[in-house]
Ligand binder design. Structure first.
Ligand code: NDP
Ligand code: MG
Length: 392
């Protein structure tokens, strides 16, 4: 914060779980932040409520049909209402010191890019954008002098634990994982898991897509790919460590054997506060980490047999090419189908693997641009839809 001038923030995905963390941190630091724009998908009442709560100037909803309801819900507030994909990108592109990119899935890619194209500092939660189009997104950011701050808790923790050290001094990065609701389940039991069981994350209340990704551990797979892009390390130097308490979020092992661990209570308000205030600090409105109360921290090796999504993500990283884009698209289709009770839990990863290894997908070159990634994503979604209709 420079003197008394507030930091302007826009929140994309303001009605979601990460959006709520942003609102909580902004609310705990009212003099520090001013909200420029908020954007959401299809819930006009909730978007209008958040926009009013945060005192935003502009509110954009993706669903065109929701425009009249949004406009009515904002009547008298002085907040401009807008609708459609272009309006969400406009929300992202309005001048702001920080743009929180927290739309779920590939839907967040264009708005994230719209913010980066303005040279903004983007707090990136939308890992699917990085998985799908990582190299192109980084290129876009570099060409506009934009900064990407990792908001995903593991990557945020790694960024902090690195303390600005050059990457040449980093030997390994370790992402921790809760192990999800099925950490102790047999492969047979996992295969038969119900939607209600998969939606019970042990530590976090999150949006439904990432909650299912945590149950398959595809979330950690996506995070491996995200880390590969954000930190520029090869696949074999990024590890996953199951740590059920999720107090340590990431570990940086330096070339001399020193290890810096990033600890915090498992609450997205902590990395949110870091990203909003960086390089300063602000109140995250969270309870202090109490290691005496926690008593112990446990660690286990990840099990790629019971959680094949981890293996698939590693294969995608090694294959390079367009496989990460394909993996992400097929996973989004499969998770949506599971959430709609069209397929069983084990089918999610089955669909992803089937699409990934199709020669037409596996042999595609890495997307050279964001547009390329979008077209590969569309193609992979069609293939995943075909596999899905054979299964369901
Ligand atoms: P939620 O499902 O809770 O929220 C998603 C948000 O995106 C909602 O505001 C939703 O609006 C909005 N949205 C959906 N589609 C569109 C669209 N086409 N245009 C504009 N807005 C849209 O998800 P989370 O907050 O849990 O996750 C958001 C992202 O952050 C994901 O990429 C996730 O992987 C990542 N992340 C989440 C963490 C967490 O703890 N939740 C931790 C780390 C990363 P509406 O409410 O109208 O549907
Ligand atoms: Mg994470």
């Amino acid at each position: 914060m420079v003197g008394a001038v507030p930091v302007t923030v826009s929140v994309l995905g303001a009605t979601g779980s990460i959006g709520k963390s942003a609102a909580a941190v902004i609310g705990a630091n009212k003099d520090r932040y001013r909200v420029e724009a908020v954007a959401g998908g299809s819930n006009p009442q909730e978007l209008a409520r958040v926009a009013r709560q945060l005192g935003a100037r502009f509110a954009a909803i993706f669903d065109q049909a929701a425009y009249p309801a949004l406009k009515e819900a904002l009547a008298g507030s002085g907040i401009t209402a807008a609708a459609g994909a272009g309006a969400v990108c406009e929300a992202a592109a309005r001048p702001a010191d920080r743009v929180v990119a927290a739309i779920t899935g590939i839907a967040g890619l264009a708005p994230t890019c719209a913010a980066l194209a303005q040279g903004s500092t983007v707090a990136l939660a939308n890992k699917e954008a990085m998985v799908s189009a990582g190299a192109a997104v980084l290129k876009l950011a570099a060409s506009h002098g934009a900064t990407i701050l990792p908001l995903d808790s593991e990557h945020n923790s790694l960024f902090q634990a690195m303390g600005g050290a050059p990457m040449s001094t980093v030997a390994r990065l370790t992402l921790t994982a809760s192990g999800g609701p099925f950490r102790l389940w047999s492969a047979e039991a996992i295969a038969g898991a119900t939607l209600a069981e998969a939606l019970k994350h042990p530590n976090f209340a999150m949006g439904s897509k990432i909650t299912i990704d945590s149950a398959t551990m595809m979330n950690k797979g996506l995070e491996l790919i995200e880390a590969q892009h954000l930190f520029g390390l090869p696949e074999e130097r990024i590890d996953v460590l199951v740590h059920p308490q999720q107090m340590i979020h990431g570990l940086v092992t330096f070339t001399d054997g020193s290890v810096n661990a990033g600890l915090a209570v498992p609450d997205m308000r902590v990395p949110m506060a870091h990203c909003l205030a960086w390089p300063e600090r602000c109140d995250s409105a969270t309870p202090a980490l109490d290691l005496i109360r926690i008593g112990r921290l446990d660690f286990e090796a990840p099990d790629e047999t019971r959680f094949p999504a981890l293996r698939l993500a590693r294969e995608a990283m090694r294959a390079n090419g367009a496989v990460p884009t394909v993996l992400n698209a097929a996973n989004e289709v499969a998770v949506a189908a599971f959430l709609n009770s069209r397929i069983g839990f084990a089918d999610i990863v089955k669909i992803v693997e089937t699409v990934m290894i199709m020669p037409a997908m596996a042999d595609l070159p890495a997307p050279a641009s964001v547009e390329d990634a979008v077209s590969i994503d569309s193609e992979a979604r069609l293939r995943a839809g075909e596999v899905l209709s054979r299964l369901s």
